[in-house]
Design a protein around this ligand. Structure first.
Ligand code: NZQ
Ligand code: ZN
Length: 388
């Protein structure tokens, strides 16, 4: 049964080959000073930077830059961004990049006027912003996180070995996002499939929870089927527009809060993956892929019916003559084969995790209680051990 909820998603999307033109509609809504935030330079190589700057100039904007946002953006970089946004007296933060750049822009947006240590306030104490928030807009170049249409912001503190996400409210969602699937063509295959698995994991984290049957389950099964098909096509042909546009759109719907409405959610794959990343700085989607099979096999006995439904409705497993458990296990086996087939990293050793990190990774893993089994430290250790 669907629980009670409110739903509002205020982000305006411009999608398709001409999406960048949406900047001309959006920019006049904001003041003159634009803080242009981007990553390590991919946008300079593929020409997106030049196109964005041209439109900013044509709209009479004063451009201030904050470059070098790293994958898994750090609390130190966040402090630098706050200083840059203050110095620019920014009226708009324009994030041009992937989830890291968009997440970082949101973190800066709520921190500039907070008058407090941003890491402690938002990522340790999980406070909500009460200060003035600088509006954020995104030009998406990497697909996976859903950051373009949500309030999520994930920041890593290497000194404390913590990677923590704060899911902010609607006031922190991007005001607009520009989504041109062609902008993702230049992604290296490693990043493309990592993003694809991030999308899949977002859907599964919300699917594998609860024993009820609600509309979200059907939406998610459809999203998963579209994603699997499009991923197969994109791995063969990275410039297949239909596949890349479907992947981009699925990513947005996977984590723009819709499918979680009225139901419980799990999120332990993300908690495990984030703990691995806090110790290895590995690529987000790969950390999820690497812990997925051990985790799902661990919780399968507690949610067998849903795993069996998943096997049949998403992976076309034939249930005839099989027990529910057999069907559920076969579904995971088919999924595992598919994951290996598209090239995902299936263990944390390959991501740089070593056995001497185990205690620390266990310690860094936050426990969520919406899944089929609430893990204790011993369970977390067992799942991680099976992930090496
Ligand atoms: O930095 P540059 O040079 O731009 O290179 C990036 C980066 O190295 C590159 N890239 C991006 N677009 C490209 C490109 N290279 C070539 N062509 C392009 N068009 O890709 C690399 C990865 O980028 P990044 O932004 O780090 O990837 P992603 O979008 O996966 O974001 C990961 C971050 O988002 C967080 C993750 O934890 C991680 O910190 N997440 C955010 C969420 C949210 N806001 O709701 C939820 C997710 O679960 C996730 O936790
Ligand atoms: Zn994710």
């Amino acid at each position: 049964m669907l629980g009670n909820f409110t739903y509002c998603n205020p982000t305006k999307l411009y999608f398709g080959k001409d999406a960048l033109g949406g900047l001309n509609e959006e920019l006049p809504k904001f003041g003159k000073n634009v803080l242009l935030v981007y990553g390590g330079g991919s946008i300079k190589k593929n020409g997106i930077y030049d196109k964005v700057v041209e439109i900013l100039k044509a709209n009479g904007k004063a451009i201030f830059e904050d470059a070098g946002v790293m994958p898994n953006p750090t609390s130190e970089k966040l402090n630098e961004g706050i200083a840059r946004a203050k110095a620019a007296n920014a009226d708009l933060i324009l994030a041009v990049g992937g989830g890291s750049v968009c997440d970082y822009a949101k973190a800066v947006s709520v921190s500039v006027n907070a008058g407090d240590d941003a890491w402690k306030k938002y990522f340790i104490r999980f406070e909500e912003p009460t200060c003035k928030i600088i509006p954020v807009g995104c030009v998406l170049t990497m697909v996976g996180t859903g950051s373009e249409m949500n309030g999520g912001s994930v920041i890593t503190n290497h000194a404390q070995k913590l990677k923590i996400g704060h899911v902010f409210g609607e006031n922190v969602f991007p005001k607009f996002s520009i989504m041109n699937p062609e902008f993702t063509y230049t992604l290296p295959k490693y990043q493309m499939i990592s993003g694809i698995y991030d999308i899949m994991s977002h859907i599964l984290e919300q699917y594998f929870s609860g024993t009820d049957d609600n509309t979200s389950d059907y939406i998610m099964e459809g999203l998963l089927r579209s994603l699997i098909h499009s991923a197969n096509v994109a791995v063969e042909n990275p410039t297949d527009y239909e596949a890349r546009s479907n992947i981009m759109w699925t990513a947005t719907w996977a984590l723009n809060t819709l499918v979680a409405k009225g139901k419980t959610t799990d999120w332990m794959v993300h908690m495990l993956g984030q703990a691995v990343a806090a110790h290895t700085d590995a690529t987000h989607g790969m950390t999820l892929a690497a812990v997925t099979m051990p985790y799902y096999r661990f919780i399968l006995p507690y949610g067998t019916a849903k795993f069996a439904r998943y096997a049949v409705n998403v992976w076309d497993v034939n249930p005839d003559g099989k027990t529910e458990k057999q069907v559920a296990e076969e579904g995971l086996a088919v999924m595992e084969k598919w994951m290996k087939g598209i090239g995902l990293v299936m263990n944390i050793t390959e991501l740089g995790a070593t056995k001497d990190m185990l205690d620390g990774i266990v310690e860094s893993t936050l426990v969520m209680d919406g899944g089929y089994k609430v893990l204790d430290k011993k369970d977390i250790r067992a799942v991680l051990q099976a992930s090496f």
